[in-house]
Design a protein around this ligand. Structure first.
Ligand code: NDP
Ligand code: OXD
Length: 306
């Protein structure tokens, strides 16, 4: 079996070494233009020329959950695209979202400012019933986040494409139920894939439908959010604040207003990192299953776009 590795922004050596350890019989190498034809690829945001030169690939394994960068390319029709299926990301995402939520609802920023000023003062506890949390996207990550938030006894709502039933989560689905979902939500968590249907879904219209004093946690993709609409709604007071992990341009450019906005917390696309050993174990298991002719989870549906 021949495996080629083509991952932007990723140090290749540890991945190549780990893949060789996991598959000692395989020929594993770093892709370069003109490299020999491979059976499988491990990829992250490869250039178009990669697929142009590897038309025989049986599958390309993305070392992330989101496949928007891959779907922007022309991929050979028979090459299956396979996303990471959790591989240690959902627990990180649950930590991140619960941290952002609780930091906001327990007013930890204000307490931190008080204690820095050596000011021993209490705030009136907020009622968690006043902070219904709505999760956009109830897939691998969104479902785990919704369940984690429910553990803290917040009211939890979720929205997905297909109808779902989830213990402790009031579920909504489809465009026709989005309005209802938004009107019952105060803290909005975005865990949708980026597709033509979801691009710019966080805009003036949708964010205005949230309950007053709304809070946004965007951990999916920057292109879900119309940035100037968020700034306008922060100015108007309808949105109280936001925690943003993803941006239309990454790294977030110097001088961007999000860097210094007093009610926006910025993190550098780090809410759920790809974990090398978990990812390789999953990818290698799927390559072996494919070689045996067995089905694997996480194959991207090109029509749905995720
Ligand atoms: P999944 O594909 O497992 O889940 C996607 C969810 O979104 C599903 O519930 C799906 O509905 C729903 N959905 C998709 N399109 C629509 C639509 N048009 N209307 C309503 N619901 C829709 O993805 P993951 O949970 O694994 O990941 C979600 C995203 O998180 C990734 O695509 C990626 O962009 C982002 N991500 C960000 C990371 C970071 O570090 N910031 C790390 C990892 C991922 P249904 O269930 O009905 O199909
Ligand atoms: C992913 C990401 O999609 O890291 O996995 O954003």
């Amino acid at each position: 079996m021949r495996i080629t590795f083509c991952c932007a922004d990723t140090k290749p050596e540890p991945w190549l070494a780990a893949l060789r350890r996991a598959l000692p019989q395989a020929d594993v190498s770093l892709w370069h233009s003109g490299a020999p034809a491979a059976d499988y690829a491990v990829v992250w945001a490869p250039p178009q020329v990669f697929f142009d030169e590897q038309p025989q690939l049986k599958a390309a394994f993305n070392i992330g959950a989101g496949v928007d960068a891959l779907l922007a390319l022309k991929v050979p029709a028979h090459t299956r695209l396979v996303r990471l299926d959790d591989a240690g990301m959902s627990v990180q995402m649950a930590e991140y979202v619960c941290h952002a939520l609780i930091r906001h609802t327990r007013e930890f920023d204000a307490y931190e400012a008080d204690t820095r000023a050596q000011n021993w003062s209490f705030r009136k506890p907020l009622d968690r019933a006043d902070f219904p949390v709505g999760v956009l996207g109830l897939g691998v990550l969104g479902a785990r986040v919704a369940q984690a938030v429910a553990q803290f006894e917040f009211p939890v709502l979720g929205w997905s494409r297909s109808a779902k039933h989830m213990a402790g989560v009031q579920c909504f689905s489809g465009a026709q139920e989005l309005k209802q979902f938004l009107s019952k939500t105060r803290v909005l968590v975005n865990l949708l894939p980026l597709t033509p249907e979801t691009e710019n879904i966080l805009n003036r219209d949708t964010l205005s439908q949230l309950q007053s004093g709304a809070y946004l946690i965007n951990v999916a993709r920057g292109r879900h959010l119309v940035e100037e609409d968020l700034l306008a709604l922060l100015d108007s007071g309808h949105v109280a604040g936001a925690t943003l992990d993803v941006f239309r341009t990454e790294p977030l450019p110097a001088g961007h207003p999000f860097w210094t906005h007093p009610r926006i917390t910025v993190t550098p696309h780090t809410s759920a990192r790809t974990l090398r050993s978990e990812s390789i174990a999953q990818i290698v298991g799927k390559m072996q299953a494919m070689e045996r002719g067995e089905p694997v989870a996480g194959v991207v549906d090109l029509v749905r776009g995720y």
